[in-house]
Design a protein around this ligand. Structure first.
Ligand code: ZN
Length: 220
């Protein structure tokens, strides 16, 4: 049974479409930050709902859902304000419905970490002891938030971050996601090219900060 794990889509519709096409008919789970930064929040919410994607809440979803943008940097806050102005009430309601964590018999998932679900940044060089405490009794733990993919195998299980669909920050501008075979404990980190020009043009037309367009080309 393979699952496609996505995170940090950030309103980037062309990147999401490219990833969903690559993921084929696999079940999809999203580790949060559906909106923010990029110019297609309505379309992204609609596509995730249409595709039946299970998702948890990221800090940007939380900011847009609650109006509390105080935790965001100025560019992110500007994008969150813009997003709030263009979302339909039903989209905002969807974001408010997202839980801060998820667990079933197959895996656990948080945007940040189990101890700070919205805001903690967990990178691939986090000490074993910390990741083991996050895993608890073991299994598979999915994280997002850093926009940098990693896979860590520990005695108790696996911790992974699929990277970001809509705003990668590891120097590779292609959309990132992961295919996970839960029964076998296998993880494949994948990259998919998409039309960055289209997103960059729409960012400028929308009046979002130009810096948000430039960074997509660099993957930072
Ligand atoms: Zn994010």
């Amino acid at each position: 049974m393979e699952l496609a794990l996505i995170s940090d889509v950030h309103s980037n519709l062309p990147a999401l479409e490219a990833v969903l096409e690559d993921a084929g008919h696999r079940e999809i789970f999203c580790c949060g930050d559906i909106v923010g930064y990029n110019p297609f929040p309505r379309e992204v919410v609609e596509l995730l709902q249409k595709r039946g994607v299970k998702a948890i809440r990221g800090n940007h979803d939380h900011a847009v859902a609650t109006g509390d943008t105080g935790w965001l940097n100025p560019y992110a806050a500007a994008a969150a304000e813009w997003t709030m102005a263009v979302l339909r009430e039903s989209d905002a309601e969807f974001l408010r419905s997202l839980p801060e964590g998820y667990a079933d018999r197959r895996f656990k998932a948080f945007h940040g970490s189990p101890r700070d679900p919205l805001y903690e940044y967990v990178y691939g060089d986090t000490p074993d002891a910390v990741l083991e405490s996050f895993l608890g009794e073991g299994g598979i733990l999915f994280l997002g938030h850093t926009h940098i993919p990693f896979v860590r195998r520990l005695k108790e299980g696996i911790v992974l971050n699929p990277g970001s669909v809509g705003q990668p920050r590891d120097g590779d501008p292609r959309a990132a996601y992961a295919v996970v075979d839960i029964e076998r404990g296998e993880v494949e980190l994948r990259r998919v090219p998409y039309d960055i020009d289209l997103v960059a043009e729409r960012i400028i037309e929308s009046g979002l900060p130009e810096r948000l367009a430039k960074r997509l080309y660099l993957g930072v």
